[in-house]
Design a protein around this ligand. Structure first.
Ligand code: EPZ
Length: 433
């Protein structure tokens, strides 16, 4: 298992480019299941979850080309032949977003068999709201042997009110509703930019959607969808991670290829901490020089402060003057990174869904363990300011959602390298006999 070795102390200076959004690319790839024509997606991030999504679609019978070289970051998907509308446990257990195929599969083929995702490091994360929504659209649902099975000759338009705002729940049911017979109204929807990006692709495929990006979405079902070409939006969480890296290291960094609009809640909070910003088209310049001060933050659904930036903000809070209270409202167990930062010398106390972070505390390098995608990003940030060489284990978590992060950070001055598990030493010839 790869590890990162990071020597802290260097301010990040220069320009770092953001990749496409993993959380927009995944639902957009699943949307290709809705048509027998070709869907081409540009600006696809080269991260492990995209590889998993590709395996998922290919296992169903789809043709999926992931571009390399000049075609890097492009994927061409054709789901004309869907022999096996099934998402197996092997794949779903490695990536819960695999459940995003449930709605499009039952809408297109009338049948879907998807493994239930099981527990996750950051919380229970059930998909009950996905299932309830499909039942509202007339699907017959059975759950047995760890799989949910959905059947419908043709889904029927219906009225869905989400008990809780759910991002992939909104996306899954949006993809189901576009081929349903009649009108669907969905209320209390997620307003994340990734939902609007999926709707933009679906509209190019011929879907009739109103209100995507707001809490009420109306869909007029159509009989058939066509192929399309679509460019995925930039990754606002990757951009936010680099913004905080610059602020923590006292750097002067241009984060390019992003959409500053999508960073609203984050930049507002960081300005409260004293971080200086200028926005220019698709880039944000962050100047982290000068003392930073504490601020409280509570995670909320978009456009509130994103839970996917909570861990990174906690790392920053260890380096500002004063006490910051970080409240996690979305997931019930998303403070795994705190104890690893305490191992580096941070002063953090957890009280239920609140973390009380006393700053500024000098961090010292240590061996630490990544537990999930964003937790691992926060440990990279802590290591960038720690005294000495930090070793972060299990970086496969970070590879799920960050494209070649060590190369990008090295490009702006970080001292960082990846060390891979030495290939298993071949037994000397004699022993091989
Ligand atoms: C999406 O997960 C993102 N993943 C997550 O990013 C992100 O943290 C999350 O939204 C919140 O912003 C993708 O887009 C692939 P939810 P999702 O359904 O859709 C509860 C990352 O780091 N809930 O909005 O799975 C749920 O338990 C990942 O890139 C139900 O109770 O999250 C949670 O408490 C991590 N029943 C809350 O709703 C359901 O059926 C919000 O979850 C669905 C959700």
């Amino acid at each position: 298992m790869d590890k990162f070795v990071i020597r802290g102390g260097n301010p990040l200076v220069g320009t770092v480019r953001v990749s496409g959004a993993k959380n927009a690319a995944l639902p957009c790839m699943a949307a290709a299941l809705l048509t027998d024509e070709t869907v081409t997606l540009e600006n696809i991030p080269d991260v492990r979850d995209i590889q998993t999504e590709r395996k998922l679609l290919v296992a169903m019978g789809a043709e999926v080309e992931l571009g390399y070289g000049r075609a890097h970051h492009r994927t061409v998907i054709n789901c004309a032949k869907l022999e096996k509308p099934e998402a197996t446990y092997d794949l779903v257990k490695t990536m819960r977003a695999s459940t995003l195929v449930l709605g499009p599969l039952v809408a297109r083929t009338g049948h879907a068999r998807v493994s239930l995702p099981g527990g996750c490091a950051i919380g229970a994360r059930p998909i009950d709201l996905h299932i309830k929504g499909l039942e509202k659209l007339g699907a017959t649902i059975t759950t047995e042997h760890g799989y949910v099975e959905a059947r419908a000759d043709r889904l029927k338009g219906g009225h869905i009110v989400f008990e809780k705002i759910t991002v992939t729940g909104t996306e899954d049911l949006l993809m189901a509703a576009v081929l349903a017979d009649g009108e669907t109204v969905m209320e209390n929807c997620a307003r994340e930019p990734e939902v609007a990006d999926l709707a933009a692709l679906l509209s190019k495929m011929g879907a009739k959607i109103e209100g995507a990006g707001t809490s009420t979405i109306k869909v007029h079902g159509v009989a058939k969808l066509r192929g399309a070409r679509h460019r995925i939006i930039p990754d606002r969480i990757e951009a936010g991670t680099f913004v905080i890296a610059a602020a923590m290291t006292g750097g002067d960094l241009i984060v390019s290829g992003c959409d500053p609009k999508h960073l609203g809640a984050l930049t507002a909070k960081l300005q409260e901490c004293g971080v200086k910003f200028t926005e220019n088209g698709d880039s944000v310049r962050v100047m982290g020089d000068g003392p930073l001060r504490c601020a409280d933050v509570s995670t909320e659904e978009y456009p509130g402060f994103p839970t996917d930036m909570q861990a990174q903000f906690m790392a920053l809070a260890t380096q500002v003057d004063g006490t910051s209270v970080v409240t996690e409202n979305i997931f019930e167990n998303r403070f795994m990174h705190a104890q690893e930062m305490v191992r580096m010398g941070a002063n953090i106390r957890i009280e239920g869904r609140r973390a009380i972070v006393r700053g500024k505390t000098p961090l010292s390098a240590a061996a630490v363990l990544a537990s999930d995608l964003r937790a691992s990003a926060s440990l990279v940030l802590a290591a960038l300011v720690a005294d000495g060489e930090t070793i972060i284990d299990r970086v496969y978590h970070i590879d799920r959602g960050y494209e070649r992060i060590e190369e990008k950070l090295k490009g702006v001055g970080a001292q960082m390298r990846r060390i891979g598990e030495m290939l298993p030493r071949k037994a000397p010839l004699a022993q091989q006999a």
